[in-house]
Design a protein around this ligand. Sequence first.
Ligand code: IFM
Length: 413
Amino acid sequence: MPEESQQLRPEGLEDVAALESGAIVHGLRFPRGFEWGAATSAYQVEGGLDATDWSEWERQPRGGCVEAAGDAVDHYHRFGEDIALLADLGLTAYRFSIEWSRVQPRDGEMDEGALDHYEAMVEACHAAGLSACVALHHFTNPLWVSRDGGWENPRTVDLFTSFCTAVARRLGPKLDRAITINEPNMPPLLGYLLGRFPPGKRDPQARERVTRHFLRAHEQVRDVLSDHTDAPVGMALAMVDWQLVDGGEEHLQQLRGPREDVFLQVARDDDYIGVNTYTRHRVGRHGFMDVEEGVELTHMGYEFWPDALEATVRRAAGETRRPVVVTECGIGTKDDARRIVFIAATVRGIHNCLAAGVDVRGYHYWSALDNFEWNHGYAPQFGIVAVDRTTQQRRVKPSGRFLGRIARDAGLP
Ligand code: IFM
């Protein structure tokens, strides 16, 4: 059930009333109803999760994790405060994920209390005036699933679908946007080819199998969700701005095909395509090229390249012909002034897309809160809200106020 796509001119962009109501600031106008959000994922913020493949992985020396997630930022107990903070800033949406291992802690067992919890989160969003964009998978799997072969086992596709069916029955009518799987291209790559995520394999065939299973799961879950919700359903795909340098054509095809193209193809039948973008990759005659001399690096070691977002959004729209939502875009840095520059540049990039007729429906900054950045632990700071992990006190950063002001004015201050 595709979301109505007016690919060429999103509502509000040429709307005089929108101009008069202040939807333009310094020449940048956004359609009315454009989603301005911030995102998190359960494992990275909730705390207290110890029955997942990630909680096992982060304790293993071969996992190469600098620390464990532990209590994270206690979002499980503080979601109300956090949602209110985002709403006070002026944002209009919150993106979060549902932790499978809470809802189904053991094979065949359903924890209705966990569903109550996530329902309360959706309701808290609505009470605060935010729409709820909810992902059903964000990297982690219950231990009982991973110990039974995880995503290499075709049974996982059905297990995941049945978990999603339970969620859809309970929450479907209340959702505003649904993400089946966050970055279904990353676990196959990082967990089965590069050995950096659980289960730590380096096996091209396993990567292919897992990719197929994620794609099938996405399609099944999309259908289940669509039966229970009017909210648009899609995936959030990790994309980079692939830049071709002298003679790298073949490498580019080989690298990008299994990472992005196979997923974009399936997304043609979705309601929208979610785009997660952080940087660019240059590909030359020998494959990946080193970072370019003189280009600033983020805390993650990749290039500060905010223009990547405009490039990936245009490519996602062109390849899928679906409306686009920026489901993640952010920067890990201790220098919040650089975050402001990054946000301004990426928002401008989205505006360029809109002005060119690309149907973009929203921008979710990653992340709402400083949080657990997987193997890197808590050092990279992606949040627009800082958290003191000894007291769990929150402090809004200037970048949070900056993004909030854009959202309130629907333009670039
Ligand atoms: O923190 C991650 C998130 O879990 C998935 N997308 C990229 C983010 C930043 O690295």
